[in-house]
Design a protein around this ligand. Structure first.
Ligand code: SF4
Length: 694
């Protein structure tokens, strides 16, 4: 707790960083934050917090904040400060001009998981009702879109199954492609408490994270696979469970589709899915695959937690379904202590997806082609909706380069730094005729913008975030918006300037509209959140107090569905020219592209991205500790300093992506998940060589 002076007033609000969604008391003196105190009654954090959340107000008051709307005709022109009215009217007239010239579908919008539910809902409503198309997407496209797809197919709902507290009843914890110690620290502490009580731990990760071995933790199994082979590992584990009759026959008979189980059983028992066959692909010894499978199936309550190391692959959706298969086969779903739990990286990834900021889905994951659902929204919104799905983010870039997508409204997302293959992204942005960026800072994307609309931080607005456990918590305005408008008011102004009236006096009215149109939110209101502290959706007539554990007694889709998970190698192959695989991750003190944490005291603990190289690979290349190294992939090249460590295995290098200078995404490629286009950030073939850095 950092004490800056005597507090005069305080409000309970929610951290705007990771998917844990810690509750804080913001103590204020006038309009200045005095300190941020973790809320002991917070349902997700129980009075704990991490180093990011405690310093979060630093970026809200940083000198780099942009507080004036600005416009320019060309991106080579200097910015011109204008009034809110002039900026919004200019953006609206440019969007209408582009539509008149290139057609209705030539513009679209991108929202961020850092937006509140209400803001995200408004942006997708603006695109659908005022732009007249479905070209709306969210940054969940590049992180957890395979979770949405995979869990919907198998279990029937695009969300994690448990509350965080459920981990305290787990006997075996399996972490796949996630490092909660860095990315979800408060939940990692809870997990460690359970491990100290005797729960067993399996970690599936190419890198020895803090969850594999640290002063408080030692994994029983660390399956150190080659990046890109998750599906081989999960299918081999399923093979062991089925061939050794470790499955839960009663659960499967009562809860799952019989034919899908029979087909899946036949599939996983094929010899080419055996541990020996999959060991050759994944690099994980067959005996370790067997041991981990036996422990998970027979060790009591088995709970699976996974992160972007699962989703950001060309088989991301396949792996999510493989995880759901394993949970169903072992009966580890539908009660406390078990379940399938995506660890959402950002504060409101779950909410951004729930709110319909996808080109194919309206709020509540209902397909835009469903006439009944569409009619309900058309009546409520007083508009006609296009039944055809719109463009996903990567399709927007491709269409821009084709000359058919020319205008973009981008709220709270730095797509230049966060999307893969930066050269492709910047070429697409440069080809567009009007880009409107709404953000706290003049970020990398704003370099290509024609209109800049100042954003508001989490301390300057009311709204809600939904964390990784489907928990809806209030974000409360503790100071007036520094630029004069909260983000939701900017979207409302833009809609009105486009001739589509939006009339809200407060975000609670937006939530009331969301609740009226979304069955899983039917019982949600600000009043109820204030009374209960937070609510886990579904919250409706059947579950007025919310739903901590999903799929009790029956899956949302009725019977659970097994889906075969055939392994395919990534298109990204190692060659003599590119002999190493680069994979990426996060560090505790920084958050995503660092736009926020780099402007707080967090920067003192981690002020640059580094490349981790195994000692063997370093010696082969003459790389010494702290040397500058050039990294080249098929997409591009960048330079980082090296850390030599056996945390990574030979043949694998690793970096974080928190600094624009590191250019991590200059070298990632256009490969993506077959079902959702989620980029394959985790597998890039590279060469690494020492360089001299000026
Ligand atoms: Fe909690 Fe995550 Fe914020 Fe840390 S960054 S305080 S774990 S919500």
């Amino acid at each position: 707790v950092i004490m800056m002076g005597q507090a005069e007033h305080s409000k309970i609000t929610t951290c705007a960083y990771c998917g844990v969604g810690c509750s804080f008391k913001a103590e204020m003196k006038g309009n200045e934050v005095v300190r941020m105190v973790p809320n002991k009654d917070g349902h997700a954090n129980h009075g704990h917090s991490c180093v990011k959340g405690r310093f979060a107000w630093g970026y809200a008051t940083h000198k780099d904040r942009m507080l004036k709307p600005m416009i320019r005709a060309k991106i080579t022109d200097p910015w011109r400060e204008v009034s809110w009215d002039e900026a919004v009217n200019y953006a609206a007239s440019e969007f209408r001009r582009i539509q008149a010239k290139f057609g209705k579908d030539s513009i679209g919008g991108i929202t961020s998981s850092r937006c509140t539910n209400e803001e995200t809902y408004l942006v997708q409503k603006l695109v659908r009702a005022a732009f007249g198309n479905n070209n709306v997407d969210t940054c969940a496209r590049v992180c957890h879109s395979p979770t949405g797809y995979g869990l919907k197919q198998t279990l029937g709902e695009s969300a994690g199954t448990q509350a965080f507290d459920s981990v305290m009843k787990a006997d075996v914890i399996m972490i796949i492609g996630a490092n909660p110690a860095s990315a979800h620290p408060v939940f990692a502490s809870q997990m460690k408490r359970r491990l100290r009580q005797g729960a067993k731990l399996i970690v599936i990760d190419p890198r020895a994270t803090e969850m594999v071995k640290s002063p408080h933790v030692e994994a029983d199994y660390h399956l150190k696979l080659m990046p890109g082979t998750n599906v081989a590992v999960i299918t081999a584990m399923a093979h062991v469970i089925m061939s050794e009759s470790l499955f839960d026959a009663d659960f499967i008979a009562a809860r799952c589709e019989e034919q899908s189980f029979k087909d899946w059983q036949q599939f996983v028992l094929r010899p080419d899915n055996s541990p020996e066959a999959m060991a050759a692909i994944s690099g994980v010894p067959a005996e370790e695959l067997r041991g981990a499978a036996r422990l998970f199936a027979a060790g009591g309550n088995g709970a699976i937690y996974y992160g972007l190391g699962v989703t950001e692959h060309s088989q991301g959706s396949t792996m999510v379904m493989g995880i759901a298969n394993l949970a169903m086969a072992t009966g580890n779903i539908g009660r406390e202590g078990v379940g399938v739990n995506p660890l959402r990286g950002q504060n409101n990834v779950q909410g951004a997806c729930d709110m319909g900021s996808f080109p194919h889905e309206l709020p509540g994951y209902r397909h835009i082609s469903d006439t009944t659902v569409r009619t309900e929204f058309e009546q409520a919104w007083n508009c006609t909706l296009d039944p055809e799905p719109g463009l996903r983010i990567p399709n927007m870039f491709d269409a821009a380069l084709d000359g058919s997508f020319m205008g973009l409204y981008c709220e709270g997302e730095d797509i230049v730094q966060s999307d893969p293959n930066t050269q492709h992204v910047t070429a697409a942005l440069a080809a567009m005729e009007c880009i409107v960026v709404q953000d706290l800072f003049l970020n990398e994307t704003a370099k290509y913008a024609h209109v800049f609309l100042p954003g508001s931080s989490f301390l300057e607005k009311d709204g809600t975030f939904t964390n990784a456990e489907r928990r809806i918590s209030r974000v409360r305005k503790v100071m007036p918006p520094k630029a004069g408008k909260s983000d939701w008011e900017v979207t409302v102004a833009l809609a009105n300037a486009l001739g589509y009236p939006m009339r809200y006096k407060h975000p609670s009215e937006i939530m009331a509209e969301i609740a009226a149109l979304t069955p899983t939110f039917r019982g949600v209101s600000y009043k109820k959140i204030d009374e209960l502290g937070s609510i886990q959706w579904p919250c409706n007539e059947e579950a007025p107090g919310g739903t901590p554990t999903m799929h009790i007694g029956e899956f949302v889709r009725g019977k659970g569905k097994f889906i075969n998970t055939q392994f395919f190698a990534s298109a990204e192959k190692v060659t003599r020219k590119f002999p190493l695989i680069l994979t990426t991750g996060r560090i505790l003190s920084q958050y995503n592209v660092g736009a926020q944490t780099r402007r707080t005291d967090n920067n003192q603990w981690h002020s640059e991205d580094r490349l981790e190289v195994h000692p063997h690979d370093a010696e082969e290349r003459g790389i010494k500790q702290d040397d500058w190294v050039g990294i080249e992939s098929r997409a591009g090249q960048t330079v980082l300093r090296a850390t030599i460590t056996d945390r990574v295995q030979p043949g694998v290098v690793y970096t974080t992506f928190h600094f624009p200078e590191s250019g991590a995404n200059v070298i990632t490629t256009n490969n993506s998940d077959w079902a959702t286009n989620c980029p394959e950030y985790k597998v890039t073939a590279v060469q690494v060589m020492p360089v001299t850095q000026a």
